[in-house]
Structure formats: C-alpha cells, structure tokens
Design a protein around this ligand. Structure first.
Ligand SMILES: [Zn+2]
Length: 488
C-alpha cells in the first residue's frame, strides 16, 4: 500500500486510485519488474527455504489524504489477507509519508495491525521511500526499516532485494536486528537533495560505508517530503545493526548531526518563467527542461497549474514545446470535438483554483487516447502500465499539451512518447517534478531551469499554510536550535 501524501492538495485520494490487487495477482503485477516487490520476489524466488504468500499490492499517485471509508476498506482487506496467509515473517513496501482522513501515519497504523496479527516476535521488514516521515510507531512496530539510497529514486528494486536478504538473515538467525532513530526539527527542499552530488551524496556514501563495513545492516537517511502539515513532521536517520543497540543509536546520531550541519546547503534558487524561457532561447538546440516543482504530480500537486502554460502559449518559440496538465473538462471537450478538429477551450486551473486560472486557447486536437502508458525509465513503476483516465494531445501553435483526466508522474519521457511526442525533438519540455525528472532528463537536456510558480508543492515553504508541524523547525524558523542531546 504505497502512496506519498500532500496535505495541502485540493485533490483527495480514493480507493480506486490505488488499483489494488490481492493474492496471486500481486505476483503477476510485480514479478520481474523493477519495483520493491519485484526485488523481494527476486530474492525469495531464488531460495527453496521460503514460501511466498502475496497479500496486497496497491500504488497511488501523490495527493491529499485517503478518504476515511476507502482507508478502512483497504486496511480491512490487507488485514484479512494477512490473517489468511498466517505468515512467519512479513515484508512490507510502503512510502512512509502516507496519510488518510483521521490518520497522520498510515504506515504506523498498518504496522500496528500487522504486529497484532504476527505477534511480538515474528520479523517485519519495512522498505520506505527516502522521503518518508519516520514516526515512533513505525520504529516500535517494525523489526527493521530500509530506505531508498537514491534521489531521483532509481533503486527501488535493489532496496527490495536488500530488505528480502535482511529478512532471510533474520529468519536464519544470522542477524538479530537492533534499530535506532534520530529525528531532527528540519525539512529539506526536494530540489537540491540529489544523492549523486552535493551534501546528500556525501551522507548517503557515509551510510553505505557503514553497511559495507558490516558495522550496520541498513542505514537510511530520510530528508522527508516537505508538504505534510502533521504533528510528527521532520527529517530522520534510521540505523539497523546486528544485536548492538548502542551502535545503532550512534550511527543514527552521527549522520543526523552531519545532516543538521549542512542544512543551509539545500537552499533552492528558482527562476521566473519568463527568464527561463528567454534563457532557453539563448541555448542552442533542445530540449531545455523547465521544472515546475510547485505543481509536481509526484509531490501531491494536482498537475493543473497554468503558471508555465500561460507564458508558454504566448512565447516566441524556436521549436516545439511539450507540457502535461490534468484537466478532465478539457479532455471531454477534445473528445467531443474529435481528432482533427480545432476547438476553443480553457485549459488548467481545474482543481487548485487558488493558485491557477484557466488559460483560454484555440487548440487543434491531434490525438485521443485511453491514457494508459508503461513506464520505461528506472524509477516509479518501471515496466508497469498505469492509467491516467482518458487523455488528449492538443496543439496550440508549437505548444503540445498532453491533457489527462487524472494525474500521472511526469519524470519519465515515456509519458510523452506514448502520446506521439518525442522530448528529444522538443525545444522546451515542462516537467512537474522537483528532482525525480533528472534521472531520465539530465542525460538529454541542454539546460534545466527550476521555475517559480505558486502551488501546493512549492519549494518556497513560507508560502504554505503550515499549522500543525512542530515549531521551531528549520528553515521556517531560521534560529531553530539542534536537539539538545545531539552533539553537532
Ligand atoms: Zn520520494
């Protein structure tokens, strides 16, 4: 049951957004795929020592809380599947920053249920996204927690393998896991938290060195995703050692202190859209990528912002541009008009009416589709086909607008390619992502600009209406002191 939440999003999550499958269908979806569960299966399938009992596989794109009845239904289905499986051990792949109506900590709740079914002694290994918000309840109920080491996230499969290997070591008696967490009054903007360069890369390398030396089983840095207004919010480091609780705490504290010391290095520089577009024209060729992170669909924004679109349709472009937007009404209009027709319509501002206004355009309807596409780039759902409702490609001059009824990740060029748009031949490609897009787009981009538009996943935290997070917290409170017992 895997989803990241954004508690500022105008769009709530429903049961169907998870497209859940149960029992054997789980294996069909994930076996041979580059997901955490694909990684679990890769290791478990290679040994005769265990029998796999698949319970549930459910993934939803980031949005606001899962509705209460839908959450109750998913929980009940998970619990009954788990009871039927009567497992000796449980591997769980979750995000770590999922919320539901009335529940700030979905993972903690799921773990509590799992712990009640399994009893106090059977192992539960939990794999989490690097943006997880670690809670006391997760640490208390999981035997071991294993986080991604990459951002952009490209190591889901390896994290699944690592979790399954650790589980086999626990079951064989080779490892008696001891786990410790260090929480920090800190949130880190996603835009500068790459794990292949900069301060986060050094921290991840330190974590990996502890693992490689055998001093730790798993060390995970969780710089948290910033768009959750909940009480237990903040960055964390979690360390799992083999039967050495003091060492686990020491590793977690040491790396947390290093994260705290480098916190200023994550500050983000954003460009105005007009500046980015005129700078892009000075660059020879394309694509030049404009990252509209304030409307990042992977960060829970609705994907309906016209902050870039309104400038794009007026700009003097030297080549084609591509942008994705969620707008069910525009899709319906395109289907009504039909392929080859030109229609007057308004695009965008469909959900987040506070931050965006619709843009009136005269659009040529180039393509209509059922909105299904298969992710190819290493990252989210690689090899898995997801659905974004019906979709249409609309042309306004040189601007190709892919509109869909529902949200979709935009980090993979396969999104556009599946709809007849090749980003390689575009002058401008707009992605709705703070950093995840870099995995597939940095190798082909001639330039990258992070643009400043209003939205519910803005890097400008001061613009977000936080009410419940613990204060002081950095960077909202510049003078936030380090935790008293942490030696920095
Ligand atoms: Zn993430």
């Amino acid at each position: 049951m895997l989803q990241e939440s954004n508690t500022f999003s105008p769009v709530y999550t429903r049961y169907d957004d998870f497209t859940p499958v149960f029992g054997k269908a789980v294996l069909e979806r994930h076996r041979g795929k580059l997901t955490e569960m694909g990684g679990f299966l890769d290791i478990l399938d290679s040994t005769e020592a265990v029998e796999v009992a698949p319970v549930c596989a459910a993934w939803a794109i980031t949005a606001n809380r899962l509705l209460a009845p839908d959450f109750a239904r998913l929980l009940a289905e998970f619990e009954s599947g788990l009871r039927k499986a009567r497992p000796d051990a449980l591997l769980l792949a979750m995000h770590g920053a999922q919320t539901a109506e009335g529940e700030d900590d979905v993972e903690g709740r799921v773990l509590t249920i799992a712990r009640a079914v399994l009893g106090p002694d059977k192992p539960i290994v939990l794999s989490l996204d690097l943006h997880a918000n670690i809670t006391e309840r997760m640490v208390a109920n999981a035997t071991a927690i294993v986080g991604y080491h990459t951002y952009p996230h490209v190591d889901m499969f390896e994290v699944g393998q690592k979790s399954a290997r650790l589980m086999l070591r626990i079951l064989s008696g080779d490892c008696k896991p001891t786990m410790a967490m260090r929480k920090l009054p800190l949130i880190i903007p996603a835009e500068n938290a790459q794990t292949y360069r900069g301060p986060m890369a050094k921290l991840i390398q330190a974590a990996q060195a502890l693992e490689a030396s055998g001093k730790a089983e798993a060390v995970s840095i969780f710089p948290v995703q910033p768009w959750m207004d909940i009480a237990e919010m903040g960055c964390a480091v979690v360390a799992v050692t083999n039967n050495n609780a003091r060492a686990a705490q020491k590793h977690a504290d040491t790396l947390a202190a290093r994260l705290w010391k480098t916190k200023k290095e994550y500050e983000v520089k954003l460009h105005s859209v007009q500046d980015a577009l005129s700078e892009a024209e000075k660059i020879e060729g394309g694509p030049v990528v404009l990252a509209e992170s304030s409307d990042s669909t992977g960060s829970g924004s609705p994907g309906d912002s016209t902050g870039v679109l309104k400038h794009l349709v007026k700009a003097k472009l030297s080549g084609p541009a591509a942008i994705f937007l969620v707008d069910p009404a525009a899709v319906a209009q395109a289907f009504e008009a039909g392929v080859g027709a030109t229609a007057k319509m308004s695009i965008g501002g469909a959900f987040d009416k506070k931050n965006s206004k619709p843009v009136p355009v005269k659009a040529y309807v180039r393509l209509l589709s059922d909105g299904r596409w298969t992710a190819r780039a290493r990252g989210y759902n690689t090899g898995i086909t997801t659905a974004m409702g019906r979709a249409a490609v609309l042309e306004v001059g040189l601007v190709q607008i892919l509109v869909a009824e529902r949200s979709s990740m935009t980090v993979d060029p396969a999104l556009f390619e599946s709809h007849g748009i090749d980003p390689v031949y575009c002058k401008i490609v707009v992605v709705k992502s703070p950093n995840g897009f870099r995995a597939a787009y940095e190798p082909i981009a001639k330039g990258i600009f992070l643009v400043d538009t209003p939205g519910v996943s803005t890097a400008n935290f001061a613009r977000l209406p936080f009410k419940r997070i613990p204060r002081p917290i950095y960077p909202l409170d510049a003078a936030t002191p380090a935790p008293e017992d942490l030696r920095v």
